[in-house]
Design a protein around this ligand. Structure first.
Ligand code: ZN
Length: 327
């Protein structure tokens, strides 16, 4: 009897022991399972978020392309109908020799004409922001016609025709500068990191197309813009660190406005700005809605060529810096 009761007691203990293990395992399972499930859900959510972001970016790019395409085709249609004059040659006017002097200077620095350039009392730098656009080719043809070199501060437009125009700008001897990749002020000027990220994108974009490092920059809205909540000097220092110099302007066509300015207005704006300085950086825009700027360009160049002791040059790193925030 006593032997039996000992066995029964031992069995009971082992049953209790097993029960305890089941209970502990059950509780542990109940605690761990939700944690595993939550982690899996979070990972899944993260992935979905990434996908959503990518889709949103694609959508905004598509919308952008579509809007540009519509604007450009409308402009081209209108342009083709109303203006055949732009592509026709015009007779060079007095002052043309100034441009020829400029060409010679690259061949022989000791030539007497080259001295004429460096000693010219007034140096004028024509600059075009926001391109490439449907008008880049026209602008390039006009500049070629007068033998004038200019500076293009371009954006990161990912379509083939834009890339082709960027190659053209470079091949025809003009200066390429950066004007941000996105041109979205709120993103670029949000923080130092976002500015640097945008800068990296436009730099790589241009390097991929041209095979050359770009070292010139124009801030969207200029260094004196009132949009950035952060001190613009912060972003200027980012450029300093990267060995990039920025240029603002001291004469403007006034074509940044959403209103379409008349050709006369644009010419008057530029010429009155030029009157005041010996180094003049002229702000103009290369954009689908700036047809009158293209029409004003030959007149502006001819008027400048009529000025004494004046040359038109592309910006280089040696150009006297015109910077609104660092006078
Ligand atoms: Zn711009």
């Amino acid at each position: 009897m006593s032997g039996e009761s000992v066995r029964t007691a031992a069995e009971r203990r082992s049953r209790v022991q097993r029960l305890k293990i089941y209970i502990v395992t059950g509780i542990a399972g109940l605690l761990i399972l939700p944690v595993i499930l939550c982690t899996a859900m979070l990972v899944q959510l993260g992935k979905m978020n990434e996908k959503l972001e990518r889709l949103t970016q694609q959508l905004s790019r598509l919308t952008d392309t579509l809007t540009n395409g519509q604007q450009e085709s409308a402009q081209l249609f209108e342009y083709g109908q109303s203006s055949s004059g732009l592509n026709e040659g015009k007779q060079p006017v007095a002052g043309q020799e100034i441009v020829e002097i400029q060409d010679n200077s690259t061949k022989d620095d000791t030539a007497g004409e080259a001295v004429g350039i460096t000693e010219a009392a007034r140096k004028i730098y024509l600059t075009f922001d926001d391109g490439p656009s449907c008008y880049t080719e026209d602008i390039l043809n006009i500049l070629d016609r007068y033998g004038v070199k200019a500076t293009f501060f371009v954006l990161g437009k990912e379509n083939e025709s834009s890339k082709e125009m960027i190659r053209e700008i470079q091949e025809r001897g003009h200066t390429l500068g950066m004007h941000s990749y996105s041109h979205v002020y709120s993103e670029i000027y949000e923080s130092e990191e976002s500015f640097e990220a945008d800068l990296k994108k436009i730099r790589e974009y241009l390097y991929d197309i041209t095979g050359e490092e770009c070292s010139l920059y124009r801030f969207p809205g200029g260094s004196s813009n009132s949009v950035s909540k952060l001190d613009m000097e912060l972003f200027a220092e980012c450029l300093d660190r990267e060995g990039i110099c920025f240029f603002d302007w001291n004469a403007t066509s006034g074509d940044a406005t959403s209103d379409v300015l008349s050709v006369d207005r644009i010419v008057t704006n530029v010429m009155s700005g030029i009157d005041n300085h010996s180094t003049v950086v002229v702000l103009m825009h290369d954009a689908a809605d700036k047809r009158t700027t293209v029409e004003a360009l030959p007149i502006i160049i001819e008027r400048i060529m009529e000025l004494e002791d004046t040359v038109i040059l592309p910006i280089t790193e040696e150009t006297e810096r015109i910077q609104h925030i660092r006078k």
